[in-house]
Ligand binder design. Structure first.
Ligand SMILES: Cc1ncc(COP(=O)(O)O)c(C=O)c1O
Length: 361
């Protein structure tokens, strides 16, 4: 039996163990092909079956109707910061953004670089992005309203999505897709780098409503235009086959082992309640996000000084609890408790935190 740790990395992050085992099982002879999935043609029946299964499962998991297309693109979520305004901005209509952290700032910057009219409608920068802004003035003339549903670095998450009236919502769901139930109806486009909750690095999920795809101006570079990939099952060129295959296995695990998104949400709520419950019960560690904005995916906290934080991370690593260092831009500690992180990992973390506090308090 291989040595496995409890993995709290922010991304690439933990994958479900049954998914890794399935990859191992099928690695040398993929479903009777006599080849690895890494070796089959993307135009082969073997890969097309994988792609079809992934699309069907994603649509079913998220409750997407026929107006939505699922695309598998490359370039990471960061590429979407650029593709969204390039494809979805409409002359005479500004694009609205809510500034809730580092990733949102990057999304705004990419729209501005292209000279698009951008309106930042609200920001939580005044308090180090520790909360999700409540009041947002939404003008019905906006081309779209962009939000970051979960702020991976700062540990905040939208608890309710804003009511944008008829304005389509666009969301970066990189770090909380498939973690909770939501109504996709108000969303014109959703994107997510797969490497946190959906699979490995190398593929980005884009879920787009047909009317949004039709907005793209004619003259866009081919590879930066959604319509190059829509209607062709993302097969204009070679897709990231292996990453799509792993996403397929993750969605299969979500449906068949976990029992769907609402069952997943219940598990995620249990994990987050356990960790926040402990944080709230003592004062050796302090959570960094406002209680009404807390992320159920990335739990950020601080200790009294940086030396102690460093020691905490080191000792946790030695105890088999990996990836607890906060993002380099904000410091502190962060436990990413994505879908594939089991409750036992959180129980083990809380036990370790109690013991560390007892020894160092
Ligand atoms: C919310 C969010 N958006 C965007 C990104 C950037 O994703 P990528 O590295 O796939 O470009 C990340 C994390 O890496 C993220 O957490």
């Amino acid at each position: 039996m291989e040595h496995r740790i409890f993995n709290f990395n922010a991304g690439p992050a933990a994958l479900p163990l049954p998914v890794l085992e399935q990859i191992k099982l099928e690695m040398l002879d993929f479903r009777g092909s006599g080849m690895s999935i890494l070796e089959v043609s993307h135009r082969s029946r073997w890969f097309e079956d994988v792609l079809d299964e992934a699309i069907v499962r994603i649509k079913r998991l998220l409750g997407l109707d026929d107006r939505y297309e699922v695309l598998f693109l490359q370039g990471g979520a960061s590429m979407q910061f650029c593709m969204v305004p390039m494809n979805l901005c409409v002359p005479g209509k500004p694009a609205g953004y809510v500034d809730t952290g580092s990733w949102a700032v990057k999304a705004v910057k990419e729209a501005q670089i292209q000279g698009k009219a951008v309106r930042v409608l609200a920001s939580s920068k005044d308090r180090n992005y520790s909360y999700i802004p409540e009041k947002i003035e939404i003008d019905s003339n906006l081309a779209y309203l962009h939000i970051t549903s979960n702020n991976t670095i700062e540990g905040t998450q939208w608890q309710r999505f804003p009511d944008a009236g008829g304005v389509p919502l666009v969301s970066d769901m990189s770090s909380d897709i498939f973690s909770r139930v939501f109504d996709p109806g108000p969303f014109g486009l959703i994107y997510a780098g797969a490497q946190k909750n959906a699979g490995p690095a190398g593929v980005t999920l884009v879920i787009a409503r047909q009317d949004m795809l039709e907005r793209a101006p004619e003259q866009l570079p081919t590879m930066l235009k959604y319509t190059t990939f829509s209607g062709k099952k993302s097969m204009y060129n070679t897709p990231p086959c292996f990453a799509v295959y792993v996403v397929c296995l993750v969605t299969r695990w979500l449906e068949e082992t976990v029992g769907g998104i609402s069952a997943m949400e219940a598990v995620n709520t249990g994990k987050a309640d356990l960790l926040y419950g402990y944080l709230d019960s003592q004062d050796f560690y302090s959570g960094t996000s406002a209680p009404d904005s807390r992320s159920r995916m990335n739990v950020t906290f601080r200790l009294s000084d940086q030396d102690l934080e460093q020691r905490f991370v080191q000792e946790a690593t030695a105890a088999g609890l990996g990836g607890l260092k906060g993002h380099r831009s904000v410091g502190g500690c962060r436990a990413s408790i994505y879908n594939a992180v089991p409750i036992e990992a959180v129980e083990s973390l809380v036990a370790f935190m109690k013991e560390f506090a007892r020894k160092n308090g």
